[in-house]
Design a protein around this ligand. Structure first.
Ligand code: TXA
Ligand code: MG
Length: 318
């Protein structure tokens, strides 16, 4: 287990992490959204090891990370909408689902046998350096055990995956804090709200974005309702209770953003969900203050409502 921290990170350390990816190892790394668990997306054995490390119950398609649009276009065919979105928002917190291109070279475990692939160019400087050095497309789901909250620090990664992965690159907390927005193309539609607000996508497209969020028949299987599972029970849109996760003027044991800033709230969300879950004991209910449904509020409410959803046995996928 190699723990590579930016407090001491040298070019040689990053090269070592890149070499590990090339050698088929599992390396967790930061992106601006959440930490990902990376493996060479062309190496079927390495990709299978991602599923094993996460304890994912089934093969769900993974997001492929590349350093540039040019690298993405070697893997998939981009229609006009996909190109417009990539040019407007890459590098950044949006994943685009597009038809696989002939000769893409990806393991079919990455796409779970679909004829499309989800691709992302992260903005995080260290992630892009790592992808460039590795020189291979990197499949990376969030670096958490299946069904748990996505990690936004290296410590979160280790709390779930220590001993199950080969290394982690530590660059502190993630700036955005919720997973990427996923957009399918041809026709353009939203599969998962995330770190890039829908309003920004619609402004760039010049038309409203369709939605494809059906939880029981998901095109993005991470959409299954019980994806995020804190131990304690949560109820949303509450302003009082024994243990309140506050927002704005509604205060509590913790507050996602006292000033009501949705960017700050998203960045704090998963850390505070972990912290407040640790404070809850037995059957304490966690109350979560109302959060507006605009901008990043859509993704924040989406993740919170999954955490508050009744548990349905083996339906977790993330
Ligand atoms: O921010 C993020 O997106 C993070 C960082 C590490 O990049 N990754 C992430 O991956 O959240 P994961 O595996 O936890 O979620 C990937 C989602 C899943 O819900 C999966 O079903 C969907 O992407 N997905 C992947 N390929 C797809 C495809 N071809 N069609 C539809 N959905 C797809
Ligand atoms: Mg996940």
């Amino acid at each position: 287990m190699v723990n590579i921290s930016t407090k001491t990170l040298s070019a040689a350390d990053l090269a070592k992490a890149a070499k590990m990816l090339q050698d088929g190892k599992l390396v967790a790394f930061p992106t601006e959204t959440v930490y990902g668990l990376g493996a060479d997306a062309r190496n079927g054995t390495a990709v299978a090891a991602i599923y094993a490390a996460k304890g994912r119950p089934s093969f769900n398609p993974l997001i492929v990370h590349v350093p540039s649009l040019e690298a993405a276009q070697e893997l998939a065919d981009f229609d006009d909408d996909a190109l417009a979105l990539a040019q407007a928002f890459w590098p950044g917190p949006v994943s685009l689902v597009a038809p696989l291109k002939a000769g893409h070279g990806l393991s079919s475990l990455v796409t779970a046998g679909l004829d499309t692939v989800a691709i992302r160019v992260p903005e995080h400087a260290l992630a892009r350096d790592l992808l460039t050095l590795a020189g291979c497309p990197v499949a990376a789901p969030s670096a958490n055990l299946s069904g748990q909250i996505s990690p936004t620090t290296a410590a979160h990664v280790l709390s779930g995956l220590q001993g199950r992965i080969d290394g982690v690159v530590d660059d502190g907390p993630c700036a955005v804090g919720v997973e990427s927005t996923i957009v399918a193309t041809n026709p353009a539609r939203l599969l998962r709200p995330g770190g890039l607000p829908v309003e920004a996508l619609e402004a760039a497209l010049g038309h409203p974005l369709g939605r494809d969020l059906t939880p029981d028949k998901p095109s993005a299987p991470g959409q299954l309702t019980s994806h995020y599972a804190p131990r304690a029970q949560m109820r949303l849109n509450q302003t009082d209770g024994a243990l309140v996760l506050g927002f704005g003027p509604v205060d509590g044991a913790l507050n996602l953003s006292r000033s009501g800033d949705l960017l700050e709230a998203a960045a704090n969300l998963f850390s505070m969900m972990r912290q407040i879950d640790d404070m809850a004991d037995g059957d304490t209910l966690i109350s979560v203050a109302p959060i507006p449904m605009t901008g990043l509020g859509l993704a924040i409410n989406d993740r919170l409502s999954r955490a508050a959803a009744p548990r349905s046995g083996g339906a977790t996928t993330g």
